[in-house]
Ligand binder design. Structure first.
Ligand code: ZN
Ligand code: ZN
Ligand code: FE
Length: 777
């Protein structure tokens, strides 16, 4: 590699003024323009040597004047490329050699140490300008990218990150692209997916019968016309297929919902620009930063009231009565060109059948989405692994990750160095898995519900795939305590798993994310999770320190008549709750709007289940408490069609109120402190009978929970509080609890780089094994 020219350095080598160092840089340093950056930096400091990608990261061999070498190293760490994240720089001294220039070496197969995979990056401003510039070579080219942007994780089949290890290996670069690729001064220097209309992937519009309708730009324009006409277009995006439909067209959306069997769950909307989002939603500075970032996730934003009549406003069937809308902006040139042509927002939802992973393959899409989409806008760049759009919301200028996927996954959490490596299997509903090794904890993308054969296959292959990609062969396996989770059963096939209690894992996830060591109070407020006493937990408070934990407080339990059925039917939770308060006389207290929607027969069955304790598991879940209250207040009195529906509507109702009261609650001691919500429920029912607005009561219920959080914190005597678990996806609840706790001088944390719902469980499970957590009695 080293040859000819450049005299000065060698000359000074003779008189000992030259030093040579090898820097091994680990972290997210591949696929982010790191080598070109190093190259330019080395030239700047007049250094010779070389830089190469290895499986351990990037290795830099530099020699030159001591001051220059030092400055080089400093600069490297101070100002790495935007998308890079340096974890460590190991330095070795080497004997000076006769190297005469600085070069970028081909990747070598170095020692088997893992590096971090770079997530996919949203289109950068330079590429955006190019595809919109009629004089540019890449005008209207949907696969434009550079070292600062473009696909990474979705096209890498193995490390190191080089073109032949990506889905781009089948496209050979034309002379122009190759010249860019080889020119250190070019923005596309070593941009692995570099392509142009001449040599790169192309679009094709396909009918459901598989026949080609048009190609290239014609395909794009025809797809745009189809969308204007209210048709459903399956678009092969970055991490898989998306289903697109005009967000303003109620009929078209209802057709999509019917075909996808997704009656009410909110749909995400892609807007042509942030300015257009602002017309319909309240966009905070933080939210805007995220929308514009290389992650470009779906951000949950509050809808402005009174804008429904705006001509481009999404139809009511998009968000189904929730006060929020999940929005994003185009993050690939393909999306940009399409949305730019349209000029109005489109629904952009995962291209899958309910419960299955997102489709990535053209034939697979025709097969699975054939009954849903009217047209397929596809291309010939393969997608190596499926990945959905990430979903976040902003609370108090911090983020809540609701789905860790494109742009965020795989996520790296720095953890303590454990004795050996761990695979954590995660949960069941919002599954995701984690690997831990040598102080790093890596969480996979969201792998969805583990209920269908396809999703289970996807989950299994994600374990193999990520393990191979980051080169970890785990010595230990961790999983949830629930024996029926698919992840638990699968973990058992990999070894003898350590089971970790669900809510403890939720707390440990936050602890891992923020590297908290001192004892913390953890509030795990959640839907369901199996407890150590075999009841359903979900309103738990733990004290957790470096090696032990103790559950100190839990919510009062109530029965869920019909078990699993009650989880999907808030009316049953309401009946169970009232039965706990009033036993056999509960029906006298059941509001009319609940009893009216339960048949005599249903009530008789519920009565007898509760009276005899048959198929009525006890729960301390706050998620179920939300369900019950939503039903009692008349906000949601039917079966839910998606997880969390009742709670989301209760949050939406509360968000409309400015009521500042909170309601009474009690504490009881039964070895464990129980929070008794009976006084709360009593006040709610009284106020409801008095004619108070349900939205005000919903707000009071939220405030009461914030007071409960504070009470528990005070009893614990600790000053650091961690909030985790699915209930805190409720932005209002999270903000109110956090504010109340901080008002009293407490520090509040929740997981930020990983989800605080079950999508983050694996992180906590892994930490439990690393720390070898023991219960303190
Ligand atoms: Zn770019
Ligand atoms: Zn080209
Ligand atoms: Fe959970």
């Amino acid at each position: 590699m080293c040859s000819t020219e450049r005299q000065p350095v060698v000359a000074s080598a003779q008189n000992g003024l030259v030093q040579r160092r090898r820097l091994t840089v680990t972290g997210r340093v591949q696929g982010v323009g790191f080598r070109p950056f190093v190259y330019r930096l080395a030239l700047h400091y007049n250094l010779v040597g070389q830089v190469s990608n290895t499986t351990s990261g990037v290795t830099i061999d530099v020699q030159g004047g001591p001051t220059q070498v030092q400055s080089f190293r400093k600069q490297l760490e101070i100002q790495p490329p935007q998308q890079a994240a340096i974890e460590a720089v190991a330095v070795e001294t080497l004997p000076v050699n006769d190297c005469r220039e600085f070069s970028i070496a081909d990747s070598t197969d170095g020692p088997a140490v893992s590096t971090t995979v770079t997530p996919d990056l949203a289109m950068c401003d330079d590429c955006r300008r190019e595809v919109l510039d009629p004089t540019n070579l890449r005008y209207r080219y949907p696969f434009t990218n550079c070292t600062n942007c473009g696909p990474r994780y979705t096209i890498i089949s193995e490390l190191p990150y080089d073109r032949e290890h990506t889905a781009m290996r089948q496209f050979s670069m034309c002379d122009t692209c190759r010249a860019e690729y080889n020119n250190p001064a070019n923005r596309r220097f070593h941009a692995q997916p570099n392509a142009c209309p001449e040599c790169g992937p192309q679009l094709e519009l396909i009918a459901p019968d598989g026949s080609t309708m048009s190609r290239r730009d014609d395909a794009l324009e025809q797809a745009a016309w189809a969308l204007r006409d209210g048709l459903i277009v399956a678009l092969k995006g970055l991490g898989g297929f998306q289903l697109l439909v005009d967000a303003r067209n109620d009929q078209a959306i209802l057709r999509l919902r019917r075909r996808k069997v997704r009656p009410e769950k909110p749909l995400a909307v892609m807007y042509p620009s942030i300015d257009q989002i602002r017309e319909h939603c309240r966009v905070s500075t933080m939210a805007e930063t995220w929308l514009n970032s290389p992650v470009a996730p779906i951000v949950l934003l509050p809808l402005r009231s009174g804008q429904m009549d705006h001509p481009d406003h999404p139809a009511p069937s998009v968000s189904c009565g929730l006060g929020t809308l999940g929005v994003m902006v185009p993050y690939t040139p393909l999306h940009l060109l399409l949305l730019d042509d349209l000029g109005f927002p489109v629904v952009a939802t995962s291209g899958n059948r309910s419960g299955d992973p997102i489709c990535i393959d053209n034939d697979e899409a025709l097969d699975c989405l054939g009954g849903i989409a009217d047209l397929f806008l596809v291309h010939n760049r393969p997608i190596v692994r499926p990945i959905d759009d990430s979903v976040i919301r902003v609370v108090e200028d911090r983020i809540v990750v609701m789905r860790l996927a494109r742009g965020l996954a795989p996520a790296v959490v720095h953890s303590e160095t454990g004795s050996s490596s761990v695979l954590a299997a995660g949960g069941h509903m919002k599954s995701a898995l984690a690997f831990a090794d040598k102080g790093r904890l890596i969480l996979s993308q969201h792998t969805g519900e583990l209920d269908t054969p396809r999703s289970r296959r996807n989950y299994r292959s994600s374990i193999d795939d990520l393990g191979q990609l980051i080169n970890i062969t785990p010595a230990h396996v961790a999983c949830d305590m629930h024996p029926d989770y698919f992840s638990t059963r699968y973990a058992a096939t990999l070894g003898t798993p350590v089971t970790v209690q669900h809510h403890l894992a939720h707390i440990l996830t936050a602890i891992a994310d923020h590297r908290l060591k001192e004892p913390v109070l953890g509030l795990a407020w959640d839907g369901t999770g199996l407890g150590e006493d075999n009841t359903i937990w979900g309103g738990e408070a733990f004290i957790v320190d470096a090696e032990a934990y103790e559950r100190i407080v839990s919510m009062r339990q109530f029965a869920l008549p019909g078990a699993e059925q009650a989880i999907h039917d808030p009316r049953r939770a309401a009946v169970g709750l009232l039965h706990a308060c009033f036993a056999g006389r509960y029906r006298e207290h059941l509001p009319g709007h609940v009893s009216a929607v339960l048949s005599k027969q249903e009530l008789t069955v519920l009565d007898s289940m509760l009276a005899h304790g048959v198929n009525s598991p006890m729960t301390s879940s706050i998620g179920r408490l939300f369900d019950a209250v939503a039903a009692l207040l008349g906000i949601f009195v039917r079966k839910s069609t998606f997880e969390g529906q009742a709670a989301m509507l209760l949050e939406a109702a509360a968000a409309q109120s400015v009521d500042s009261h909170s309601l009474p609650f009690a504490l009881t001691e039964e070895g464990l402190t129980r929070i008794d919500w009976a006084p709360t429920i009593d006040s709610l029912l009284t106020a409801l009978a008095r004619g108070d607005y349900p939205s005000d009561l919903a707000r009071r219920f939220h405030s009461t929970l914030a007071e409960i959080a504070l009470q528990i914190a005070k009893r614990s005597g600790l000053s650091t509080v961690v909030l985790s678990g699915g209930c805190f996806q409720n932005g209002l609840l999270l903000a109110m609890c956090s504010k109340r706790l901080r008002q009293e001088g407490l520090s509040v944390y929740w997981p930020e780089t990983v989800p605080l719902n079950d999508g983050g469980l694996a992180v906590g499970q892994a930490l439990a094994v690393i720390r070898n957590m023991k219960e303190r009695r």
